[in-house]
Design a protein around this ligand. Structure first.
Ligand code: CDP
Length: 228
């Protein structure tokens, strides 16, 4: 079967990366977590003191963008590419609630988006890619053969992310996670540059009550339908 481009967008913690990774494994496609790139830039900004709870030095971050080098390295054990920031593996560091609390502010900056979108488009130029994020079907790959928009209730999403963080040993409360999910959804859907919207031809899937297996079956059927 001819290789296609699959764009998966949606609100935070809708399980986009879970389905994207499973799809990539099944189809032997490359999986790219575009959110990891925004998280890595956020981590860089935090490390350099450009952002904290009270303050964001946008201009200095923009000036520093040429010094931010991002790449993914495939980890065969995990089955996906891990995020490297200036040649250091930051896969763990970028998944904290602290990074989550700043990332949507960083993702509002057009200069950051332009840099990351260009790199994402290069990664997809051979097709055979599954990418998840907020603007994949609208901005990064507007010509993707298959576009999926994932949704689930805010409470379901917060519970999933809370369980995930707890399992990793993070000391967070459910309320804190719910607040973060809601705040990010608000900023992501209201920002000026590339807001999260449902792409024209996207197929919406609400997975609040779907098991992983059901969701994978539905999406694989879509691949067969749209991949020809
Ligand atoms: O895993 P989760 O869905 O919570 O978020 P993520 O995919 O890791 O993305 C983190 C944040 O990066 C989002 O809340 C957006 O603010 C931003 N992002 C974006 O603006 N555009 C993308 N293509 C991907 C992520």
């Amino acid at each position: 079967m001819k290789k296609i481009t699959i764009a998966i967008d949606g609100y935070s913690s809708t399980g986009k990366s879970t389905i994207a990774k499973e799809l990539a494994r099944h189809l032997e496609y490359v999986y790219v977590d575009s959110g990891a790139m925004y998280r890595a830039v956020t981590y860089f900004a935090m490390q350099n003191g450009y952002i904290d709870a009270e303050f964001f030095d946008r201009d200095t971050l923009i000036a520093a963008l040429p010094y931010i080098k991002l790449h993914f390295e495939f980890n065969a054990g995990l089955g996906f590419g891990e995020m490297f920031l200036n040649d250091v593996n930051v896969e763990k560091e970028i998944r904290t609630i602290e990074v989550s609390s700043f990332v949507s502010k960083i993702a509002e900056v057009s200069e950051v988006r332009a840099k990351l979108v260009e790199q994402q488009q290069q990664m997809g130029n051979q097709k055979g890619i599954v990418m998840d994020g907020r603007d994949i079907g609208t901005v990064v790959f507007p010509d993707a053969e298959l576009k999926i928009f994932m949704t689930a209730s805010a409470a379901t999403r917060a519970q999933r992310r809370y369980d995930e963080l707890k399992a990793k040993g993070d000391d967070v409360s459910y309320e804190e996670v719910l607040k973060n999910v809601q705040e990010r959804d608000y900023i992501d859907t209201h920002r000026e540059d590339s807001p999260l919207v449902i792409a024209d031809s996207a197929i919406e899937i609400d997975n609040s009550d779907l098991t992983r297996e059901e969701q994978l079956r539905i999406v694989l059927e879509l691949v067969l339908r749209f991949g020809k």
